[in-house]
Design a protein around this ligand. Structure first.
Ligand code: 3HC
Length: 294
């Protein structure tokens, strides 16, 4: 790919976001190494990749040969040692600082000293992650949106410690992948989530207050706001656990009550009703992660 200074990219964590990111990189003809914690998780990651590229084949957007070529570019492994010759690694594991720090300590150990290490965090401080490594100048945030193969925006986050070159190289990669980078400092929610989640949380608050029904709020914003999805459909797509984490992180930093999570959100998360991925959130779905949005 012209203008790109990375040739082999690792992705750690092949859940919805990690698998989507691996697909985007492989579609960009980069060699990708996808890492998961164990064989079962790796097979689930393979399933995400096959399903997403299979959907493109079904829609006539990709040939079967094209799908095979994309999947062949992604080497799947449970061994962090396979990341040794990557020049960029993107971490996309669950949003727990202790877990991310553990992953970055391991990356710091196995990756080349000049490799850039990126986190796809949506709610944690990139600086907190950076200072836990021996290479804080090479740590960036690279925040994709769900679904990663479709959404064009990628936020690229540099901390006060990140060298400009690392941010620039990652932003160039994002552009070469056909996406739009915006470069941002390390603040909770970055730009898009900081704005989006105030709105989503307000929708949940309106529902609780009996202001309008779920369906009418969704219809108002979808039809009247010209958005692809109403707020409840979108929260179910994002995952209510992720929504709660993002709101808590923004609220902790801003103390702006617009980001104090609506109680209904916490209630649903406590009940394990996390949205599409569990088959029920604000809406119910026929099968976890399979159903189309209502
Ligand atoms: N994976 C891969 N491709 C997908 C996909 C998925 N999960 N879901 C949809 N697509 C593709 C389809 O194949 C189709 O591709 P095509 O145009 O090439 O044929 C295209 O997306 C449109 O899909 P559909 O026709 O099935 O359905 P829609 O037109 O309703 O689009 C949508 C689905 C793209 C999800 C659209 O509803 C949308 O843009 N919704 C808003 C999503 C959004 O706002 N995301 C950001 C959330 S915030 C976030 O992620 C930040 C994080 O930190 C929390």
């Amino acid at each position: 790919m012209s203008g790109v200074s990375f040739s082999k990219v690792g992705v750690v964590g092949l859940g919805t976001m990690g698998a989507g990111i691996a697909e985007v990189l492989a579609r960009g003809e980069l060699a990708v190494v996808g890492i998961e914690i164990n064989r079962d998780a790796l097979e689930r990651g393979r399933g995400h990749l096959e399903k997403s590229t299979g959907r493109a084949v079904k829609r006539g957007r990709l040939t079967e040969d094209g799908q095979r070529a994309i999947l062949d570019r992604i080497a799947l492994s449970t061994d962090f040692g396979d990341l040794a010759d990557c020049d960029l690694v993107i971490e996309a594991v669950p949003e727990r600082l202790d877990l991310k720090r553990k992953v970055f300590a391991e990356l710091d150990r196995v990756c080349r000293a000049d490799a850039v290490l990126a986190t796809n965090t949506s709610s944690l401080s990139v600086t907190d992650i950076a200072v836990s490594t021996g290479r804080p100048t090479k740590i960036v945030g690279v925040h994709f949106f769900n679904p990663a193969p479709v959404m064009k925006l990628v936020e690229v986050i540099g901390t006060v410690l990140t060298e400009d070159g690392a941010v620039g190289r990652v932003a160039d990669l994002v552009t070469a992948l056909g996406k739009t980078p915006v470069v941002i400092g390390d603040r909770a929610g970055f730009v898009a989530n900081r704005l989006l989640f105030g709105y989503l949380n307000q929708a949940a608050g309106m529902l609780e207050a009996g202001h309008a029904t779920r369906d009418d709020i969704d219809a108002a914003m979808k039809v009247g706001g010209g958005l692809p999805m109403g707020p409840f459909t979108l929260m179910d797509l994002i995952g209510l656990d992720t929504c709660l984490e993002v709101l808590e992180a923004i609220y902790a930093e801003s103390r702006d009550r617009r980001h104090a999570p609506a109680p209904v959100l916490r209630e649903l998360v406590t009940a394990g009703l996390l949205g599409r991925k569990t088959g029920r959130g604000f809406y119910s779905y026929d099968a976890p992660a399979e159903a189309e949005a209502p």
